[in-house]
Design a protein around this ligand. Structure first.
Ligand SMILES: C[S@@+](CC[C@H](N)C(=O)[O-])C[C@H]1O[C@@H](n2cnc3c(N)ncnc32)[C@H](O)[C@@H]1O
Length: 482
């Protein structure tokens, strides 16, 4: 049977990439549905399918991978209870806190969260927090709404909460107590549909775990962007640990909490998850390590370390110093006016141009930044900083090929530049060239450990990490890539 037209049709409708692991699902699903519809050849069925959205839904229900279980990646629930929820509650929001489980399958994920919340805060918490699960697959949603689960759903979790929150039925199933069942709403929704429904917007936390692995790259990107937009300004996105590092999520930064990484909106209140509240336990939480948070993306930058300077410019080096201090303090207007004065005095002042380009990058004025970098490279062909900045601009413009070229050119000039290796590693990782990413992370790690963070060839670009955090991050990524 020729599967490609079916694959295209399914992909068009729900974004699913039918790879080898799902294609056997697809053939048997087609056979099942052909029999059900009394059709005896795939062409007839394809024709029928093209004209019936209902039939497409039946087919999708048969091919999605719905693997899930209670308290899968338990630490994520612990982080919610210990870190995220208390901080959101502290702000006393006037509206209900909204937590979404995107691709919730038969409900074990949102129900785990509901159990964890009830266990920690009592059932009244559901007056303050709403939990919504959604999935494209109508039949798993039926199971979710029904709230009855087999022993397999508990394969990774111990029994205390099963005793407290479930009733065993005669046929060896476990029926969820209505107090938890009623706390979670389920909807059918396709992550790939052009716009999300209202109930998905303004979310505080979105669980999006073990779903994107089935999507082709362009779909992954679109869905990430949409989920990022669905989060409110201080929202968090939680991916499974295997997915976390393969993405470049615009507008979201990575925060490490113990061994887990979650994404958080860039302008989120940094205190939100940085401070360590009293540990609060989930059932069987004694097995968990106590969480310590390192906010990798938001650690102080060198720019934040210096004081405001209002002295008036006297000569090029003083002008530069003042510009730098102002840039560090994010007094960009002040910095620009001093740089302008400096470039009037010395139009070929390379450091001034690079600083100016860096500020433009920070302000997302990429054309201006590009122009300045080009002029530096024209003036000094081997200028590493302008080349690195050009690579960063290309990344921001979503032009990975161009970015790779720039970073490779830096490595050609200076093979020990860990910054260039780090960017290449991230780019390869996003492109799913895991071998390339592994090699580049190894080199970034080696050169960073040997030469230190100072040798990063970016004098002014704010660095979001300190050396230890970077080493930790590189090692973590290498472990994942292995
Ligand atoms: C492997 S399960 C993950 C369940 C749960 N998030 C977990 O981690 O345990 C993936 C789920 O994503 C759902 N899914 C796949 N494509 C989807 C789409 N386009 N829109 C919504 N859900 C989708 C599938 O139906 C399936 O239930």
């Amino acid at each position: 049977m020729k599967l490609s037209p079916f694959i295209d049709l399914v992909n068009k409708n729900c974004g699913l990439l039918i790879e080898s692991n799902l294609s056997s699902n697809l053939s048997s699903a087609i056979n099942t549905r052909m029999t059900k519809n009394h059709l005896d050849n795939p062409n007839q069925y394809f024709h029928f399918l093209q004209n019936s959205t209902e039939e497409i839904q039946y087919l999708i229900d048969l091919i999605t991978n719905n693997e899930t279980y209670f308290f899968r990646e338990r630490l994520h629930f612990q982080i919610c209870i210990d870190r995220l929820i208390p901080k959101i509650l502290d702000k006393k929001p006037s509206r209900k806190i909204k937590i979404i489980s995107a691709g919730c399958s038969s409900g074990e994920e949102p129900y785990s969260l509901a159990i964890a919340l009830a266990n920690q805060f009592g059932l009244d918490i559901f007056n303050t927090i709403s939990i919504i699960g959604f999935d494209i697959n109508e039949s798993v949603l039926h199971t979710a709404r029904n709230g009855e689960f087999g022993p397999h759903s508990f394969r990774e979790s111990a029994t205390p909460y099963r005793k407290n929150y479930f009733q065993k039925t005669e046929n060896n199933q476990y029926k969820l107590n209505s107090s938890i069942k009623n706390a979670v709403k389920f909807y059918r929704c396709n992550l790939f549909q052009p716009s999300f429904p209202k109930w998905l917007n303004n979310a505080d936390i979105i669980f999006y775990r073990n779903v994107s692995i089935y999507f082709p790259k362009p779909t992954k990107k679109v869905v990430f962007e949409k989920l990022g937009n669905a989060l409110n300004d201080t929202g968090h996105l939680i991916l499974s640990s295997t997915e976390t590092f393969s993405h470049n999520l615009k507008g979201l930064s990575l925060v490490e909490i113990e061994d887990s990484f979650i994404y958080t909106k860039q302008d989120a209140d940094r205190q939100n998850i940085q401070s360590k509240p009293e540990p609060q336990k989930l059932p069987k939480a004694s097995k968990l390590k106590s969480a310590t948070t390192k906010n990798i993306s938001n650690s102080p930058t060198p720019f934040q370390a210096m004081g405001k300077d209002t002295s008036s410019p006297k000569n090029p080096s003083l002008l530069f110093e003042i510009s730098l201090k102002n840039a560090i303090q994010k007094n960009y207007d002040e910095s620009f006016s001093n740089l302008e004065a400096l470039l009037d005095l010395e139009p070929t002042h390379i450091e001034a141009k690079n600083l100016c380009a860096t500020i433009h990058i920070n302000l997302k004025q990429l054309e201006k930044a590009k122009e300045l970098c080009r002029s530096v490279v024209k003036q000094d062909e081997w200028n590493i900083e302008a080349r690195l900045l050009s690579g960063i601009i290309a990344r921001m413009e979503d032009n990975p090929n161009e970015a790779v070229k720039w970073f490779k050119s830096v490595i050609f000039i200076q093979p020990s530049c860990w910054t260039a290796h780090m960017h290449l590693a991230e780019l390869y990782n996003i492109e799913e060239d895991f071998k390339g990413a592994f090699k580049e992370y190894s080199l970034a790690l080696k050169h960073l450990e040997k030469n230190g963070i100072e040798k990063r060839n970016l004098s002014y670009f704010p660095l979001a990490y300190n050396k230890e955090q970077l080493i930790h991050l590189f090692k973590h990524n290498l472990k994942n890539l292995k």
